[in-house]
Design a protein. Sequence first.
Length: 317
Amino acid sequence: MACLEAFGGGHRNRWRERVDEKNITIQVSSDVGRLHEVIVGPVKAFTFEDIVSEFVPTPEPHVGEVAAEIFARYPVHAPDPVTAVIQHEQLVALLAAHGVTLHWAHPADAQVQLYTRDMGFVIDDVYFPARPASPIRRREQAGLAWLLPRLSKVRELRGGCIEGSDVLVTDDDVLVGLSGTTNEDGLAALRAAMAAEGIDRRVVPLTFAHPEAVHLNVHFTMAGADVGLFDPPAFARESRSYLESRFDLVDVTPDEVRRFAVNALALAPNRLIVEAADERIAAEVHSRGITPIPIDYSAISCFSGGIHRSVLPLVRG
């Protein structure tokens, strides 16, 4: 543990040197716009038993039931902490090398703080903090509290449950996955908040074929403005039809889904960070004019998410 703390601390501080304390004018008009400014989180050591003991049982029976179904469906296990820190360092270095400004979540009373995308999202010029169903996940948000006063516009949602990894912003629509982590009340709260802020976009709910699906970006992610990575069996018929009509889709295999290959991250409309092992997906997006940028993230994506969940965009061009 001492080795991990020393490595992780140096990793965090080294890249924080690039960040000053000025206010941040946020803007995300598309989830594939050129990435300029993001929030990332620390890698912590934990065991799978630590996570299960936090989620199951839980005071909210529904949360515990969903968590149990998720752990049964996805073959997840806790990452090796030292390898995870090294791989996360590579992702952070890659972002920095492409001119991305990095802000770090502060330590909070939570086993996992790595998946910052779950904790909020930006639509146009407004930051919306997530409303997680789980009390454990709500504790993660304390790590972002220091940064919120510096953001140009923040709008709290007034009801329901919604997480950032269920929300994707296209050039015209906002896609919201109704998953084990986002419900109809959360969707309604988002629509109301967008209307109050004058955001004139259609909100498209996407429903899944199995209720324990978590999150949207595990089963569909934008690789380009009109290109998506897609898990066809995950979606109910109407939602599948919408995605098929709207995007040029790269279908992913069940094995690729289980290792969170869909969870790729756009650096720009024509550049996509992908897991190094996903050579087939890299070839597919390359054939569509998108340059794949492979990194080894396997030690982290063996748990419950990959590259996309690890980065919360604040500014995209």
